[in-house]
Design a protein around this ligand. Sequence first.
Ligand code: FE
Length: 208
Amino acid sequence: MMSEIALGVFYHARFLDPAAQAALAEEIADVIAAAPLYVSTMPKTGAPMSVRMTNCGALGWVSDKERGYRYEARHPKSGEPWPAMPPLLLQLWDELARYPKPPEACLVNVYDEQARMGLHQDKDEEDLAAPILSLSLGADCRFRLGGTRRGDPAIALALSSGDALVLSGPARMRYHGVDRILPTVQVPLPPALRMVGVRVNLTLRRVA
Ligand code: FE
């Protein structure tokens, strides 16, 4: 069921059924095997982020104390190119993003029970006309969606396994974050990813 919860914010509850979640989890497990999870650090402070991450696609989002947020064609630890974007992700982008060009980057964020993501904008991309597509697997989280300015009022929603969220058009630059992982679990992570954490979020973007 799709609902436009705010202008340009399309929420597809349980877009992926359990079989599709399991298939996607297997593709992401392969990505993690080829491009191991790493801990990014915040610009300036060098504080470690609580999520662990990796990427697939031509470009990957990385961050460190010295050079800040940016996209790179190679894994920051191994120096290897990122693995190709799995076919399922390209297909989901076609179905959900409604954008004529394919995604160039998929950021894989892995949460344990304590992990969170501070309120931020996705603004390291040049192509701001393209939407952001977010897919959730595993544990429920409390997701916070603010406005386009930091102090704007925010709404909160629970994201569950299989949910898809698209930020497009006027919503592309809205602040967002993950307050916390919720103790409620509608559907646990599929077996292929259960060893890495409790929740996996995939964010597909165009960069250039
Ligand atoms: Fe983001």
